[in-house]
Design a protein. Structure first.
Ligand code: FAD
Length: 305
């Protein structure tokens, strides 16, 4: 199903992002955790791809499994790092053949870091990729990325929002945000987004801090700020994983409540292929929100350290 058709039925959506497991052990863990999360009846799920297309085949295998065997709406992420138009056309045709109706179109980052290399075929920004896919494959419902604290390379928020508008004008149907740890960033961003004339849904991305060292690293790379108070609390218990987990969970629960109370159009969980925190957040929200209560079913919360 196209995600925009899901929007017609659901005032807010609850979705999960997974990434392709790297090895057999990770694949078993992924299966157990994804199985638990599917019991929560997500509106849709997404599957990331590696920088520079390094995990393309694995991404497709998992999206194929979710879409055609498990019958969930699943959206692959797709980037244009070093991609020719011919390759993009081939990959989109493969998605069509696999009954995939949604695609998250991104510029991506070079796998070895550093500046984005000049694309051989002029696909230098997500908006170029969206333009190309929309022109040749009107079939797809298209998602794209948004940055409440601005994209790290953008010279200003104003410029970044102008570029965001290009993505929507070229055909992005909805946006999913980068992680943020203070809802004010999202609310202020949304004011600017609406003033810029962007009307589509902008779904907040939620990343519960379950492993402080790891998520601090992610946050630094993506330019997301973790509030000082939260950093201090986490640092004080850094070698006690259960305490770190509980602080991160409480914080994410508060963030989720506040977002839903302020009319966010749902939540997109960056699950890191783990189910425990998302299941516990659902459980805590289920008391307050009927739409989540209907989805939430008792699930166990596996935690494989
Ligand atoms: C929800 C989400 C999911 C993601 N999933 C993945 C994934 O699966 N795999 C992966 O590798 N990466 C993923 N990323 C990371 C993403 O690829 C990087 O953040 C990348 O640096 C930017 O991608 P983009 O699509 O936002 O790029 P763009 O929208 O192209 O923006 C990149 C930069 O260029 C600027 N810009 C855009 N258009 C123009 C223009 N016409 N002229 C000048 N400047 C311009 C923007 O302001 C921004 O600074 C994800 C990010 C998010 C938020």
């Amino acid at each position: 199903m196209r995600i925009t058709d899901i929007f017609e039925k659901e005032k807010r959506t609850f979705s999960f992002e997974f990434f392709p497991p790297k090895n057999t052990k990770a694949a078993v863990q992924f299966g157990i955790n994804a199985g638990q999360l599917m019991k929560l009846q997500p509106s849709f799920v997404t599957e990331t791809c590696g920088a520079g297309g390094t995990t393309d085949d694995k991404t497709l295998d998992i999206v194929d499994l979710f879409t055609n065997k498990l019958k969930f709406t699943c959206m692959p992420h797709y980037t244009c790092v070093n991609a020719t138009r011919e390759k993009v056309a081939y990959d989109m045709r493969t998605f069509v053949d696999k009954n995939i109706e949604n695609v998250m179109l991104l510029r991506g980052d070079p796998p070895e870091g550093g500046p984005f290399p000049e694309n051989p075929d002029g696909l230098n920004y997500a908006s170029d990729l969206i333009n190309f896919v929309k022109k040749h494959y009107d079939h797809f419902c298209i998602g794209a990325a948004a940055y409440p604290e601005k994209h790290p390379e953008a010279p200003s928020m104003k410029k970044d929002i102008e570029n965001l508008k290009k993505k929507v004008d070229e055909g992005a149907d909805f946006l999913v945000t980068q992680m943020f740890f203070k809802n004010d960033y999202y609310y202020k961003f949304m004011d600017k987004v609406r003033k810029a004339g962007i009307k589509c849904r902008v779904i907040p991305g939620l990343l519960p801090i379950t492993d402080f060292r790891q998520i601090k690293r992610f946050a630094e790379i993506s330019g997301a700020h973790i509030p000082e108070m939260l950093q201090k609390k986490m640092s004080d218990v850094i070698d006690k994983p259960d305490e770190v987990y509980n602080i991160g969970l409480d914080y994410a629960v508060q963030q989720a409540h506040d977002l839903l109370d302020n009319d966010a159009p749902g939540l997109h969980f960056f699950t890191l292929n783990r189910s425990r925190s998302a299941v516990e957040i659902y459980k805590s929200l289920a008391d307050n929100y009927k739409d989540l209560r209907e989805r939430y079913q008792e699930s166990f919360t596996p935690h494989v350290p």
